[in-house]
Design a binder for this molecule. Structure first.
Ligand code: NAP
Length: 281
């Protein structure tokens, strides 16, 4: 029987430590720790995510500063807002909620966020720094959460064959880089991959980041595999078929309660690290 990787419990532990740290930092500096969240337009799912992030901030003593912009905002207007937040010494992190309306050049806006405030790990520069193992950048939050959860259970990464299914900018690609930096041998699969099943059958670690419910089945996997399911589909269903994968795995993340809770926790942790960096700690 596989061990369940409890992201909810680990998140609660990390958040409790962060809460104490936030109080300490604010006592020392006499200033709030502010995370600015930018929401453009009125997509209800995005609005919900931003609210969840704001609530998580408040629960540990980070001040969330919501910036809400209309759906007709232009790239130039959004860039100007980001410039203002970059220049505001009181703001320690900037989160631009994805996706933005289609008239906006999202990549240009992400890349305008100052590296030191890119606590969501979305800039091209930050990705490069993380990929090269350089300091001063924060990795994307879901990939960071996946690695953190594996570390908490002392799951070996070095030397293991990790198969990442998905190559998105926020998930598949950055998690592949983090695994590579931890000396895994990494295979990245995507929609044009031929014979996905043969790749999966050789995996010691599978990272499911496909966005398709129950896409990966236990019959594709070898016994003892570690299954990290980042998927979150309607009806609380992950990207792996849980029962069959659990039967094969040594460790597996449940959905919900596995990778999901770690994402916002990593955002909080990065914001705290940014506040500490600003204090020279
Ligand atoms: P995405 O941008 O849609 O990317 C999906 C990836 O899966 C793409 O790289 C795509 O390949 C690949 N793919 C699609 N069909 C495939 C197939 N038949 N075989 C192999 N690969 C295939 O999705 P995402 O944003 O990375 O999200 C992935 C999942 O993670 C979703 O369920 C999402 O809800 C979840 N998620 C969870 C969190 C969290 O906080 N827990 C955060 C972010 C995302 P191509 O590149 O070739 O198109």
């Amino acid at each position: 029987m596989a061990t369940l990787l409890d992201g909810k419990k680990l998140s609660a532990e990390i958040r409790s430590e962060l809460k104490q740290k936030a109080a300490r930092i604010q006592n020392q500096s006499g200033r709030e720790i502010v995370l600015a969240t930018i929401l453009v337009g009125d997509d209800p799912a995005s609005a919900t995510y931003v609210k969840m992030k704001a609530r998580a901030c408040e629960s540990i003593g980070i001040t969330s500063r919501p910036v809400e912009l209309s759906a007709s905002t232009s790239t130039a207007e959004l860039l100007a807002v980001i410039d203002e937040l970059n220049a505001d010494a009181g703001v320690r992190g900037i989160l631009l909620q994805h996706p933005v309306p289609e008239q906006i050049d999202e990549r240009a806006c992400f890349d305008r966020i100052q590296a030191a405030k890119d606590v969501d790990g979305v800039t091209t520069l930050g990705f490069g720094q993380i990929s090269f193992g350089l300091p001063g950048a924060y990795p994307a939050c879901t990939p960071a959460g996946i690695i953190r959860l594996m570390d908490a259970y002392q799951i070996q990464i070095e030397g293991q064959h990790a198969v990442v299914v998905g190559r998105s900018a926020i998930l598949g690609r950055p998690v592949a880089e983090l695994l590579l930096n931890r000396n895994a041998t990494v295979t990245v699969c995507h929609s044009r991959t031929r014979d996905l099943e043969s790749h999966l059958s050789r995996a010691d670690i599978v990272i499911a980041a496909v966005g398709k419910p129950e896409f990966i089945h236990g019959r594709h996997l070898k016994p003892g595999v570690v299954v990290m399911d980042a998927g979150y589909n309607p009806g609380n269903v992950g990207d792996v078929e849980f029962a069959s994968c659990e039967a094969k795995a040594s460790y597996i993340t449940p959905v919900p309660g596995g990778v999901g809770p770690m994402t916002i926790t990593m955002l909080l942790e990065h914001t705290m690290q940014s506040a500490q960096a600003a204090l020279g700690q």
